[in-house]
Ligand binder design. Structure first.
Ligand code: 13P
Ligand code: SF4
Length: 298
């Protein structure tokens, strides 16, 4: 069986398999660790294994390589990318920095290494609030997610400019979705990811990262929840809470990039050691500074 072959190969290659909560259920089930962006970065930074197989999208595997440059980091499907990370690039950020040297650049981890390398500090959805609060007296630019940026900017009344990027999965959620879901499930709590538009976030009972949403639902006495984030999260939610019910806010919440990876890809990645992530050493060093500061402050 493929699962058994993956487990055997993983031991032979001294590898750890990491998977994001948006991966398919069978990929999450084969992983050693399933987590949100912050948790997976921490595991990647601390692992003593020689190889990291990252089941997610390329900015996540890059982050693992930046934090653990001596490890072999593999992304099973090379084309698994993040459209939001592509909404900013080095040249445009350099131009911005030149024109606005006074602004601290706060960079969402959903970005590429060369963009992280030009930033002052990184954040994830689970530590963004804590980190921006640390810089609350400074002028900031938040890149590339305008939605998460708007949420923290309003909540803490910050002098913050917002890059006009977004996650298409969350950005197309709207108030009509919330009204419909509330009508269909009037007794359910609404939990949302901060990549959703501010108007949607403002309707929620809880706002948090994927891990935050899972922890909140698991700890709650309530039994029914409307979930405003990518549908892969339903797998751990249902697995951890068999007595509770979860209703997706919309049927449009699928990140196709997160769904490319199959068990066969994981097996092939381990067998052939593909596709290896490489990063220019200067970029790796500079990007690591922004990530290390994030880990220190969170
Ligand atoms: P988190 O897992 O940090 O909540 O991030 C969500 C996401 O969009 C990853 O692509
Ligand atoms: Fe990017 Fe959104 Fe997919 Fe996450 S869910 S990888 S932010 S497109």
């Amino acid at each position: 069986m493929l699962t058994e072959k993956i487990k055997a190969l993983k031991i032979e290659k001294d590898a750890v398999i990491l998977a994001h909560y948006y991966q398919t259920g069978d990929v999450q089930d084969i992983a050693d660790y399933v987590g949100d962006s912050l948790e997976l970065s921490r595991i990647a930074a601390a692992t003593d294994k020689k190889m990291i197989v990252f089941c997610g999208v390329n900015f996540m595997a890059e982050t693992a390589k930046i934090l653990s440059p001596d490890k072999k980091v593999l992304l099973p499907v090379e084309k698994a990318g993040c459209p939001m990370a592509m909404m900013i690039n080095k040249k445009r950020l350099e131009d911005y920095r030149r024109a606005n040297p006074e602004r601290i650049v706060v960079c969402y981890v959903n970005s590429y290494a060369e963009v992280k390398a030009l930033s002052d500090v990184c954040v994830t959805s689970s530590n963004a609030e804590k980190i921006v609060k640390h810089f609350r007296d400074k002028k900031m630019l938040y890149i590339p997610d305008k939605n998460l940026g708007s949420y923290v900017k309003k909540k803490y009344n910050l002098d913050m400019e917002l890059w006009p990027g977004y996650c298409h999965v969350h950005n197309n959620l709207n108030l009509a979705d919330v009204e419909k879901a509330r009508e269909e499930h009037p007794d359910a709590l609404f939990l949302v990811h901060p990549e959703a538009p501010l108007a949607v976030i403002e309707q929620a009972d809880f706002v948090g990262s994927t891990k935050g949403i899972i922890e909140y639902a698991s700890a709650s006495d309530k039994k029914r929840f409307i979930i405003g984030t990518e549908q892969g999260i339903l797998h751990p939610l249902k697995k951890n809470n068999p007595d509770k019910e979860f209703f997706p806010l919309s049927t449009r919440m699928t990140c196709y990039n997160m769904k490319y990876t199959t068990l066969e890809d994981v097996y092939n990645a381990l067998l052939n050691e593909t596709h290896e992530i490489t990063i220019d050493p200067e970029i790796q060093k500079a990007a690591k500074k922004s990530l290390d500061l994030m880990l220190e402050l969170s």
